[in-house]
Design a protein around this ligand. Structure first.
Ligand code: SF4
Ligand code: SF4
Length: 449
């Protein structure tokens, strides 16, 4: 574990502002509601994903796929433009490590990270870290469970009865977060993060990154001999949370936190010079005062792919029908013949209203395979209107009955009917299902006689 030296400066201030924006979002989002439902929540037991007033179900998994592809392509695009900005400025691993460091400095002051820090101070620090990890993990769980219900479980002491499942997850995530922040920290970025492994192939010499100006800096000072601008003070190394030397070039271990930028800016200011480590492109080191070319084949390709995926997602969202319908022949009640030579088929219907308002739907059928009129009985009541309350699922049975007059109808192998669910006031709210209509086997024998 490395607890690097605290460093103030312009980059630190900007990162603090970014964190002041991101941390309330992380801690606050699960508490917000839209039309009485969570603004964002992945409800695993209910198998629903709430997002900004929409409810997605597993059958709409392609939206999740689009979200993942968008996230991946955005990472590619922004990495090719501005390097590992995600790592240093928005990744929870980095943001939380900085928060834990802030708590450390608050409790131990200048003794934070030092071996001779007072024992009582260290105990207080670790206890505070555990409490903070508990808060962080409760918020994390609130993205999957109702935080208001969790609060009620806490205030009613139900959490101590062992009946509340989320408590076990809270314990697991608390100790994972505490273990990570207290003992692993940015070493995770260096040795375990998969993004770190391939970020170098996403960048080129025009990507904006934390870069050491070796043209000015080298050869660095050796003893009293001073040739380049680098005075070999090693402050860039001392402040680095992953313990790397940025002067050796772009490395997997660099999380682009910019602490070395602030450190070198301080040092070089004393010499009345510009920092040797800055956010710049590799080409700008060699071709001084050259401008970064933002539009390059690589950035154009990522931007085009991102635009295609985003437009597809926007199109699908715009044309999304928040109604799921499943119609299956009832396996428990076979097709039957009733007096009058008519035939009945039974179907089990599942309708899921994925909107946040009630849906009033008309059930209709089409029966092009049959000459005689077909009758539809919904729920055995002959009522073809159904109401599905907001954000809920409804199961019911429908019966379709038709008369078979012509022998050709019977011997025609596959019969199908079309069952339609439509909101008469909003024709866009429509689902259609083509289902088989089976004839009872005794019908064939009867007609052959
Ligand atoms: S902080 Fe700047 S001057 Fe000091 S060692 Fe690093 S690059 Fe050289
Ligand atoms: S090299 Fe600089 S930017 Fe990279 S992790 Fe270390 S301090 Fe941060």
């Amino acid at each position: 574990m490395i607890i690097s030296r605290h460093q103030t400066g312009k980059v630190r201030t900007l990162r603090n502002l970014a964190f002041a924006f991101l941390i309330p979002i992380y801690f606050g989002l699960p508490w917000f509601r839209m039309a009485g439902h969570p603004l964002i929540r992945l409800d695993i037991p209910e198998r629903k994903f709430y997002l900004l007033g929409n409810v997605f179900i597993p059958m709409e998994g392609y939206f999740l796929w689009l979200m993942l592809v968008t996230a991946g392509l955005s990472l590619f695009f922004f990495t090719s433009l501005i390097g590992r900005v995600w790592c240093g400025w928005a990744c929870p691993q980095t943001v939380f490590t900085d928060m834990f460091d802030w708590i450390g400095r608050l409790i131990l002051g200048s003794k934070y990270g030092k071996k001779d820090a007072p024992t009582i101070g260290k105990i207080t620090l670790h206890a505070t870290w555990i409490l903070f990890s508990l808060a962080g993990s409760l918020v994390w769980i609130s993205y999957f469970a109702d935080p208001y219900l969790m609060l009620a479980d806490i205030s009613s002491f139900k959490v101590f009865t062992g009946d509340v499942t989320w408590v076990y997850f809270a314990a697991f995530f608390t100790f994972t977060l505490y273990g990570d922040m207290a003992f692993v920290r940015e070493q995770f970025c260096k040795y375990a993060c998969p993004y770190a492994r391939f970020q170098t192939v996403l960048m080129d010499n025009q990507s904006l990154n934390v870069t050491y100006d070796y043209v000015r800096g080298e050869p660095r000072r050796k003893g009293k001999e001073k040739i380049g601008d680098c005075i070999a003070c090693n402050m860039c190394l001392v402040v680095c949370p992953t313990g790397i030397d940025i002067r050796e070039g772009v490395q997997i271990g660099c999380v682009a936190c910019g602490k070395c930028v602030d450190a070198c800016t301080d040092i070089m200011a004393r010499e009345d010079k510009k920092s040797l480590i800055r956010y710049m492109a590799q080409d700008q080191v060699e071709k001084r005062d050259s401008k970064i070319s933002w539009l390059r084949p690589r950035t154009a390709l990522y931007a085009t792919l991102l635009l295609i995926v985003l437009s597809s997602a926007a199109y699908l969202l715009n044309n999304r029908v928040p109604l799921y319908a499943s119609v299956l022949p009832d396996r428990n009640i076979p097709a039957m013949q009733i007096p009058g030579g008519r035939v009945r088929n039974f179907y089990n219907v599942k309708l899921q209203n994925m909107s946040l308002s009630d849906q009033h739907l008309k059930v209709e059928i089409e029966y092009p395979d049959f000459a005689e009129e077909a009758i539809l009985l919904v729920g055995g009541e002959g009522n073809s209107m159904v109401t599905i309350p907001e954000n809920s699922m409804m199961d019911f049975r429908i019966v379709v009955e038709t008369g078979i007059l012509q022998k050709e109808d019977i011997y025609k192998k596959n019969h199908f009917i079309l069952i339609r669910f439509i909101d008469p006031k909003n024709p866009k709210m429509l689902r259609e299902k083509r289902v088989p209509f089976t004839l009872p086997s005794d019908l064939f024998g009867m007609l052959d006689e």
